[in-house]
Design a protein around this ligand. Structure first.
Ligand code: PLP
Length: 424
C-alpha cells in the first residue's frame, strides 16, 4: 500500500461518515470488493433501512386492504404529510411551502402553469445554456403551448468565451438590462454538467427586482448544499429525490412554492381531488376548496410505495442534518480536488468545476482532452471498480457524497485516472 492510500485510510478512520447505513454495490473489476461509487449525483445508493420500511408498508396492505387508508401504522390518506417537515427542513422552507409529489419535470410543468404567464413584451424564459435537456425541452414546450416561438422565447445564458462557468454578475447584469422582457428565470441551483453552485439569493433578488418570476431546479442541489428557499424569497422550486436524496430510480420529487403565493386565487393551478382541503376530500362535491398551502398543487392520490423510500431517506437527512453533511462534503471534495490536481497536472485533463468551495457542491467535473467520456468511464469501472458518470463527448463527473463516500473512494478515483489516462 502506498503512502497516499494509507493517508486515505487514516482520514476515513478519523471522519467515517455514514456508509454503514447504505448498500454499496460489489465491484466487478479492480482490487477491492466494493465499487468506489462516485455517481450519487446520478443515482444515489440504497439506504439499508429502505427495504424494511417498504416491506412494512406492503405488509399493511396485505393485512388491512382498503382499511389501510386509515388504520395502517402509517395511514395512507395523510402519508405524504410524513414527508413534509423533513423535506421543508432540507430546503429551508416552511412546511406549508413544501410537498413531495410526481416527478421533477412533471412538477416543473405544473408549476409553470401558474408561474409562466407571458404577457405583452414580457414573454422570455431565461435558462442556462448547459441546462439539463429535460428543462430545455420543458421550457420550449411551454413557449409553444402559449403560441410563442421557442427560439425567440428561451434565452440561454452562456459563460464568457474561454470560461467554463456562469458569472453571477453577468446573470445579474443581464436581468438588469433586459429583465423587462423576462417572464421567468428558471436555472439549475447546481449545474448538472459543471457542478457550479449558482448564487441563488443574488440571482433570485435580481430576477424579482426586474419583475420576473424566479424558479429553481434543485435536482443537483437538494441534499447536496444547504438551502434557504423561504428566506431567499425564491418564487418556486422543484427537485428530484433519486440523486443525492437516495430514494431510488424515478423516485417522487419535491416542490416548493413561496408562502406569498399560497392561497392566491388568481394564480392558475391544475387540480384534482388531492388539491382540495383534506377534510373536504370525501364530501365528493363538484367544487374544490383548496387549502392555502402548497398541497393545493397536488392532483392525484400519491403512490404510497414510492413515498416510502423518500420518507426513509428524508428521515436520514434529518437525523444527520445538512450542516454536518456540508462540512464533511467540503472536506471530502477538497481532498478529491487535491488528488485530481496531481493527476491532471501532466495529463490532458482539466477540472471545470469552480475552485471556490462556496461555488460548488460535492461534484467535480473533469474535461478530458479528447472525446470518449463513455469509453473512459467504462474502463474506470471494469478495470478499477470506480463508478463515475460520463457526459459525452468529454466530461466525466465525480461526486464524493458525504453520506457514504470515503476518502479511500477518492483516492481510488485518482489512482484509476492516473493508470487509465496517458501522461502528456
Ligand atoms: C436529473 C435532472 C432532471 C430529470 O428529470 P426527471 O423529470 O426527474 O426525469 C431534470 N432536470 C435536471 C436539472 C436534472 O438534473
Amino acid at each position: 500500500m502506498n503512502h497516499q492510500e494509507n493517508e486515505a485510510h487514516r482520514l476515513d478512520a478519523a471522519d467515517p461518515g455514514h456508509r454503514h447505513l447504505f448498500h454499496v454495490p460489489p465491484a466487478e473489476g479492480g482490487r477491492y470488493p466494493e465499487v468506489a461509487y462516485l455517481a450519487g449525483n446520478s443515482l444515489g445508493l440504497q439506504p439499508r433501512a429502505t427495504r424494511t420500511e417498504l416491506l412494512a408498508d406492503l405488509e399493511a396492505w396485505s393485512r388491512l386492504g382498503v382499511e389501510g387508508h386509515l388504520e395502517a401504522e402509517r395511514p395512507w390518506l395523510p402519508y405524504h404529510e410524513l414527508l413534509t417537515a423533513p423535506a421543508a427542513r432540507l430546503v429551508g422552507a416552511l412546511p406549508t411551502e413544501t410537498v413531495v409529489m410526481n416527478s421533477l419535470t412533471v412538477n416543473l410543468h405544473l408549476l409553470m402553469v401558474g408561474f409562466y404567464r407571458p404577457a405583452g413584451e414580457r414573454t422570455r424564459i431565461v435558462i442556462e445554456d448547459t441546462a439539463f435537456p429535460s428543462d430545455s425541452y420543458a421550457v420550449r414546450s411551454q413557449a409553444r403551448f402559449h403560441g410563442l416561438e421557442p427560439d425567440a422565447t428561451v434565452v440561454r445564458l452562456r459563460p464568457r468565451p474561454g470560461e467554463e462557468n456562469l458569472r453571477t454578475s453577468d446573470v445579474v447584469e443581464f436581468l438588469a438590462a433586459e429583465g423587462d422582457t423576462v417572464a421567468l428565470v428558471l436555472l439549475g441551483g447546481v449545474n448538472y454538467l459543471t457542478g457550479e453552485l449558482m448564487d441563488i439569493p443574488a440571482i433570485t433578488a435580481a430576477g424579482r427586482a426586474a419583475g420576473a418570476v424566479v424558479g429553481w431546479d434543485l435536482a443537483h442541489a437538494a441534499g447536496n448544499v444547504p438551502l434557504s428557499l423561504h428566506d431567499w424569497d425564491v418564487d418556486f422550486a422543484a427537485w428530484c429525490s433519486y440523486k443525492y436524496l437516495n430514494s431510488g430510480p424515478g423516485a417522487l420529487a419535491g416542490v416548493f412554492v413561496h408562502q406569498r403565493h399560497l392561497g392566491d386565487p388568481d394564480l392558475p393551478r391544475f387540480e384534482g381531488w388531492w388539491s382540495t382541503e383534506a377534510a373536504t376530500r370525501f364530501e365528493m362535491t363538484p367544487v374544490s376548496r383548496p387549502p392555502a398551502t402548497v398541497e393545493a398543487w397536488q392532483i392525484s392520490n400519491p403512490p404510497i410505495f414510492a413515498m416510502g423510500p423518500v420518507r426513509t431517506s428524508l428521515e436520514l437527512f434529518d437525523s444527520v442534518g445538512m450542516p454536518a453533511l456540508r462540512e464533511r462534503s467540503l472536506r471530502l471534495t477538497g481532498y478529491l480536488e487535491r488528488l485530481l490536481d496531481e493527476v491532471t497536472a501532466d495529463r490532458p485533463l482539466t477540472v471545470v468545476t469552480p475552485r471556490d468551495p462556496q461555488r460548488r457542491g460535492c461534484q467535480l467535473s473533469v474535461r478530458i482532452g479528447v472525446g470518449g467520456a463513455n469509453e473512459l468511464t467504462k474502463r474506470l469501472r471494469h478495470e478499477h471498480g470506480v463508478i463515475a458518470d460520463a457526459r459525452e463527448p468529454d466530461i466525466v463527473r465525480f461526486a464524493p457524497v458525504p453520506l457514504y463516500s470515503t476518502y479511500h473512494d477518492c483516492w481510488r478515483v485518482a489512482d484509476a485516472l492516473a493508470a487509465t489516462v496517458e501522461t502528456r
